[in-house]
Design a protein around this ligand. Sequence first.
Ligand code: A5P
Length: 231
Amino acid sequence: MPAISDQDRLKLAAAQAAAVLVENGMIVGLGSGSTASLAVTEIGKRVAGGLRITGIPTSEKTAAQARSLGIPLSTLAEHDHIDLTIDGADEVEIGTLHLVKGLGGALLREKIVATNTERLVIVADETKLVNRLGIDNRPVPLEVVPFGWQATAKHLRALGATFVLRPGADGKPFVTDGGHYTLDCVFGPIESPERLQEKLDGMVGVVEHGLFLGLTSEVLMATETGVTTMK
Ligand code: A5P
């Protein structure tokens, strides 16, 4: 078996700490990305041991993983109130707990699930902690409509962003579960995420963006000294 990296060890610690928060009878949002996937595995072990929950997956990949573990799944059509969602993040802003999400390619469904969740628990390792979103030119992913995406990109350029149209494994544009393209946009350090959110929310062609503001209930942050809860 390949040796587990330090970062993977931290991801696992956060995932395990989150999985124990799941209780019998809960409707549970199942996140996407490598850290959330470890949490799904842990939840799967508990379901195999008799825990009864219903999962709402945030991506086709997570749905497939959950099915393979025997986690019963449903949809927002059946359950529009989710008790607890466990998901990862690409950036966690210290102080506000604002997030950037979407490098894993599932931000639209993740945001729909997060918005309908009572308690959003983010699992992350310390590499995700930032003083300001967008620092070090980290990108904010955007799901955009393929039709006329170049025109949408022109408006993003006017906001001062540089961007990359995310490629898929086949070299063609990556297509999300919702059939959209992803633009990974660099805005630089984001002084006012709220102002940027307002601009992106109002931009035709942008389906959703990776700024998750005011949605997080708590972050389970794994560091070398243990997992701390940030609220
Ligand atoms: C998926 O679209 C993302 O929002 C992930 O939650 C995020 O990219 C974190 O992924 P990792 O846990 O793999 O870093």
